[in-house]
Design a protein around this ligand. Sequence first.
Ligand code: ZN
Length: 91
Amino acid sequence: MSGISREERIGLNEAVFRDVNERIQDVAAGFDVRSEPLDLICECGDAKCVKRIILTREAYEQIRSDAHLFARCSGTCRAECRGGRREPPGL
Ligand SMILES: [Zn+2]
């Protein structure tokens, strides 16, 4: 509809889900559950993909420390989401 490209739209979706996951992580931090795994939403960039993924906080922080890593579902994401990007560890 608007003039944004598919790549921009994918980037936007990733940013939205990343933001959601950061809030989940913030809430978890507020409850001091550092040893509990985080229940996150796939950040593959597909607006229709709302798969939940479980990551340890350690794995999540590792992903967050690298701007090119996203917490994504494994295997089922679209090829263009995975292309040229490294898979986060532990998925
Ligand atoms: Zn996905």
